[in-house]
Design a protein around this ligand. Structure first.
Ligand SMILES: [Zn+2]
Length: 388
């Protein structure tokens, strides 16, 4: 594939790098890219650009579209992403259900299947669903990604308390059934990637904090995950941020953790679950004392302030069920974090945009891994993936 660089094969790897650049230009081109445009943007000759495009068309990655507006002389043919050929499978695995979506290369979903299970039937039902997809789409599958709660090194589920999995070689199992490369991604990491997709205007670090029953975070740089050598970047939920009398008992057994103050359970009580919809969360939030919400905001603000001083991120994005608390909560966080510690600058804090397509984060990761390219913000809005 385009990413299989062989360091000894210099000519081959230069060619693959150029194929990736050309393909990325088509992905960003909103259907109006041309061979001449690729030559201009890359500095390659017209002949080389044409040869790259020919290979991309043969590979089922690019299609020719209508004729571009004439700039004098022969009309150029436009190029678009080929949405009719290769497919990306994205599996969102949760404790009691899973969503399996097949995405075309332009990020549109062409088939979505949901399955429900218990802890006992989960493995069997997932296997059946994956086998059905392999039977229906096997020839067209390019790559797959499975998104799940818990830590993963991309190949194994290291630990998932919610799924009751520990050291499970899930990628191997899925690859055997699907016959294509499979990668695993933590659900918060996938959310963070989804928020950073298409953000070419503001590169740099982006800090993403998911707040639900638990708190997880992820750091992206230029839209790519920065997971750390032990795959633990973003595990901030049980870092102590409250001390003395303010430190409440946490579900991990220690006191004063970020989760003990700022998780949705800490703020809204034990009735809160991650399965609640926004309306249900709003009802629950109305009954809560403002002081509790303010304490949660303060603990989060301390964490955000320290992480921002360290990373100088373009922005801090807060996602997950906490969005139902509305601007009231975010304003409190901003107020608490809004003091000018010497040498720092104030970093914008916003809620995640979310989006109607829950497959985008893991799908983008799979796309980068298979083809080395990124969707553009325009592509995602064109397929209804961006809910803003
Ligand atoms: Zn804790």
């Amino acid at each position: 594939m385009l990413n299989s660089d062989d360091v000894l094969d210099t000519q081959g790897s230069v060619r693959r790098a150029n194929l990736r650049r050309a393909l990325q230009l088509v992905f960003r081109g909103r259907g109006v890219q041309t061979r001449a445009g690729i030559a201009r943007a890359t500095g390659l000759t017209a002949a080389t650009a044409s040869s790259l495009v020919a290979e991309l068309i043969d590979s089922g990655l690019v299609v020719e579209g209508a004729q571009a507006a004439s700039t004098g002389g022969k009309r150029a043919t436009t190029l678009s992403v080929d949405a009719a050929h290769h497919l990306i499978l994205v599996m969102v695995i949760r404790p009691t259900d899973a969503r399996l979506a097949l995405l075309a290369l332009d990020s549109s979903e062409i088939d979505v299947r949901t399955i429900a299970y218990s802890a006992e039937s989960r493995d069997r039902k997932l296997d059946e669903a994956v086998q059905a997809i392999a039977a229906d789409y096997g020839e067209r599958l390019l790559v797959a990604a499975a998104q799940l709660p818990g830590t993963t090194d991309g190949r194994k589920v290291l630990e998932s308390v919610q799924l009751g999995w520990s050291d499970v070689p899930l990628a191997d199992r899925l690859e055997a059934a699907l016959g294509v490369p499979v990668l695993l991604v933590n659900d918060v990491d996938a959310e963070a990637i989804a928020e950073a997709v298409g953000e070419v205007q503001s590169p740099g670090y982006r800090l993403f904090v998911h707040i639900g029953v638990g708190i997880g975070a992820a750091v992206t740089i230029d839209g790519q995950l920065a997971p750390g050598p032990r795959d633990r970047a973003g595990e901030i939920g049980h870092v102590q941020v409250e001390f003395g009398e303010q430190a409440r008992l946490c579900r991990c057994g220690r006191r004063g953790c970020l989760e003990s103050a700022s998780s949705m359970t800490a703020m809204l009580g034990e009735d809160f679950t991650d399965a609640m919809d926004e309306g249900e969360v709003t009802v629950l939030a109305r009954a809560v004392d403002d002081v509790i919400i303010a304490e949660g905001a303060r603990a989060l603000a301390r964490t955000v302030k320290l992480a921002s001083a360290l990373l100088d991120p373009a922005e801090v994005v807060v996602g997950g069920p906490v969005r139902a608390l509305g601007e009231r909560f975010l304003d409190l966080v901003r107020e608490e974090a809004d003091y000018l510690a010497t040498g720092t600058t104030s970093v914008p804090v916003r809620y995640a945009r979310g989006g109607t397509n829950p497959s985008i984060g893991a799908g983008q990761l799979a796309l980068s891994s298979a083809l080395g390219v990124q969707w553009s913000a325009e592509q995602l809005s064109g397929t209804g993936a961006d809910g803003s």
